[in-house]
Design a protein around this ligand. Structure first.
Ligand code: WT7
Length: 678
């Protein structure tokens, strides 16, 4: 394996021959142009899209240096357009209305449907008219808490059509998380569903939403409407194109129903016009917000804007997956995360693509599901996360080999560093050594891929995110802010804006400046460590702040600590990441208890439950360890490095403890480690 992991893999000829970019020279030329003349590069791309009026001010204007005044980024000043128009109307107007936008594949393999661009446009116009009739307009926020159903895409596009800012909350989050996001955004409407199945498990979304609504009203925030999609309680066929046969209808379902606020989606959509003029927006108007964990504990609302995000989503989707019209593309992410925003909804639709939208999980009804879907729809471009690949690897090759997978050409990964073993399995077993692997590095904040191979030209190295995308100028900085030249490692930063970069944190521009621009003035700081090798390849090494990446999802240690500390027995808590075979990292919690309280298995279970309730199932800690004392510096700062060493059971990771107030706590912590798999 070691030898194979160190090899370089050239793109296959079958991928290269048809690629948009066929060799590294062509890539380098395009990349150079994108840096030398961003206006020429991006305005040529903008020509494919519909702008009601062109850029009138500067094409790009920005300040990346906190010492020179406020941070700002503006692309295509004065240009007027609409995202939804470019995703739907444009294709219909140009004769592509009958192209399938989505093959929808439900949790149950028998539950599926499809929707064309024209049908999707009709649904979106109808729902836009519904939102209008509720009095929601440009600039208002709408929270969306839906499973992977077509109504999710319809809702987000209807918002985009009207200039309403959508804030999608992943349907695996708890009522607490949902409520705090509704409150922060002051959302006026919540869109949810009765429930959904994940595998065999029924999730009662409406009752979680009810809980969140109650929590909001305790804080004096009342919604104008809560719109509920009938999904698991839907019965039979209907001529509504987004309805589908319910395979296992659920009759008995408990939820609140307050007629003043609660509306059924399906009823609101009756007898509504399919005509709705888009609201024409300024290039820098808000498009959507999406919350992401922050190192202070409260999630921040990352704001993306109309024109720049549009150009970047479309361009990255086209080049990174080497997408060509007619191909079927499948991204397994949930739209609740940025991957789904950019690479299920916006990027693919802008490119007129046909996508698979999948409601279920890779393990249901069995662990060959993804490959069954690949063969069923003849998927050629496939995008998933390292955690899914590692989980599937455990079952060996047989479930994969039940299906042919010969349609596959490009396999993408995202969310965390991919270990070479998983990379090789993806390449050899899933891809039959006939596909390009694109290890795409990016963030909620970047809007789209920033470091990635291009499938037709980049020689791949297992585990490397390889080279910058067009418009991206990376650098590695030392702790004292010096740029590393040639091979070396450091903080990964970007030296200038690209169209898809976020513009601000919702309602807190100071936090935006502090989080991303204050450590190294003049640079956007990703928070990730990175190595550059002798060939100029970039290798992400992981987070260097207090963030933990669990199965490709960022959680902040502060967020988990504040959930733990709410327990009446806990006096202090500290959380670190521990490497995990499948999840990449898992949460390892240390808790100090109040006087006279005994640490029992029951307390540990309660604490895990507490975090799960506050954050959602992805936040469930794997370990809770009793810590009579925490390792602290004399100034009282918790030494997480020491806790990480304890979590991993490796004394050699402890490092220098000369600044520690009481060194004796280290021995006690090693003794108290709970039973675990190393
Ligand atoms: C963080 C961003 C971007 C969509 C999913 C996560 C890590 C992401 C990679 C990759 C190594 C990666 C980074 C990044 N990450 N992709 N290909 N290789 N690490 O979005 O929740 O905003 O998380 O995910 O640590 O900073 P997010």
């Amino acid at each position: 394996m070691d030898d194979e992991a160190n090899l370089t893999y050239d793109p296959c000829k079958r991928v290269q021959d048809e690629a948009h970019v066929k060799n590294m020279d062509a890539y380098r030329k395009m990349h150079q142009l994108s840096l030398d003349d961003p206006e020429k590069f991006w305005s040529d791309i903008a020509k494919q899209f519909y702008f009601k009026s062109p850029t009138t001010g500067k094409f790009l204007e920005y300040n990346f240096n906190v010492n020179n005044g406020p941070i700002f980024i503006k692309w295509m000043e004065g240009a007027i357009t609409n995202m939804c128009y470019n995703c739907l109307d444009r294709h219909v107007a140009e004769g592509r209305g009958d192209v399938i936008a989505f093959h929808w594949e439900g949790n149950d393999p028998l539950d599926c449907t499809k929707i064309s661009y024209k049908q999707l446009l009709d649904e979106v116009c109808k729902f836009s008219n519904v939102l209008k009739s509720l009095g929601i307009q440009k600039g208002d926020r709408v929270a969306i808490y839906l499973p992977m159903v077509l109504e999710l895409v319809v809702s987000m596009l209807a918002c985009a059509r009207l200039g309403i800012v959508h804030s999608i909350v992943f349907a695996g989050f708890s009522s607490e998380s949902l409520a705090s996001r509704i409150l922060d955004a002051k959302a006026e409407v919540l869109i949810t569903a009765d429930g959904c199945y994940r595998g065999n498990k029924l999730v009662t979304l409406k009752s979680i939403a009810d809980d969140a609504i109650r929590k909001c009203s305790q804080k004096e925030h009342r919604l104008k409407a809560c719109i509920t999609v009938k999904h698991v309680t839907a019965k039979g066929f209907s001529d509504d194109v987004t309805a589908r046969p319910a395979i296992r209808p659920v009759e008995d379902f408990k939820y609140d129903w307050n007629p003043e606020v609660d509306k059924w989606y399906n009823e609101l959509m009756n007898d509504v016009s399919t005509v709705c003029e888009p609201v024409w927006l300024d290039s820098e108007d808000n498009l959507f917000m999406l919350y992401t964990s922050g190192s202070t504990g409260t999630p921040k609302g990352v704001l993306h804007h109309v024109a720049g995000y549009m150009l970047y989503a479309a361009t990255t989707h086209k080049y990174t997956f080497d997408y060509h019209p007619g191909e079927v593309y499948f991204c397994t992410a949930d739209i609740g995360w940025i991957t789904g925003h950019t690479y299920i909804t916006y990027g693919p639709l802008l490119n007129g693509a046909t996508s698979v939208m999948f409601e279920g999980t890779p393990m249901f009804p069995d662990c060959s599901r993804l490959w069954a879907i690949v063969d069923k729809y003849q998927v050629s471009k496939f995008y998933t996360a390292p955690t899914a690949i590692r989980a599937l690897m455990k079952y060996g090759e047989e479930p994969v080999k039940r299906f042919k997978r010969t349609s596959l050409k490009v396999l993408g990964t995202v969310g965390e560093p991919i270990n070479p073993e998983a990379w090789l399995w993806y390449h050899k077993v899933i891809g039959n050594s006939q596909c390009s692997i694109v290890d795409t590095f990016w963030q909620t904040e970047t809007g789209g891929h920033v470091l990635t191979p291009l499938p037709g030209c980049t020689p791949m190295k297992p585990g490397a995110a390889t080279f910058p995308f067009f418009g991206i100028e990376p650098a590695l900085l030392t702790e004292d802010g010096k740029e590393v030249e040639g091979p070396g490692k450091g903080y990964l930063v970007f030296k200038r804006p690209w169209p898809g970069i976020m513009r601000t944190v919702y309602g807190d521009h100071a936090r935006f400046e502090k989080t991303y621009f204050s450590k190294f003035p003049g640079y956007y700081v990703t928070g990730d460590g990175c190595t550059r090798d002798k060939d100029g390849y970039y290798w992400i090494t992981g987070r260097i702040d207090d963030m933990v990446n669990v199965s490709g999802h960022l959680l902040s240690t502060a967020e988990v600590e504040s959930a733990l500390i709410k327990h009446p027995s806990v006096s202090e808590a500290a959380v670190v990441a521990k490497p995990h075979e499948v999840k990449g990292s898992c949460l390892y919690c240390f808790v100090t208890l109040k006087e006279k309280v005994e640490f029992t298995d029951e307390v540990a279970t309660q604490l895990k439950q507490r975090v799960r309730e506050d954050i959602g199932p992805i936040g469930t800690p794997d370990y809770v360890q009793y810590a009579p004392g925490l390792p602290k510096t004399r100034s009282g700062k918790i030494m997480r490095r020491v806790l990480r060493a304890v979590a991993q059971g490796q004394r050699d990771l402890i490092g220098d403890i000369s600044t520690m107030a009481d060194e004796s706590v280290v021995g006690v912590l090693f003794q108290n480690r709970p039973a675990q798999k190393e």
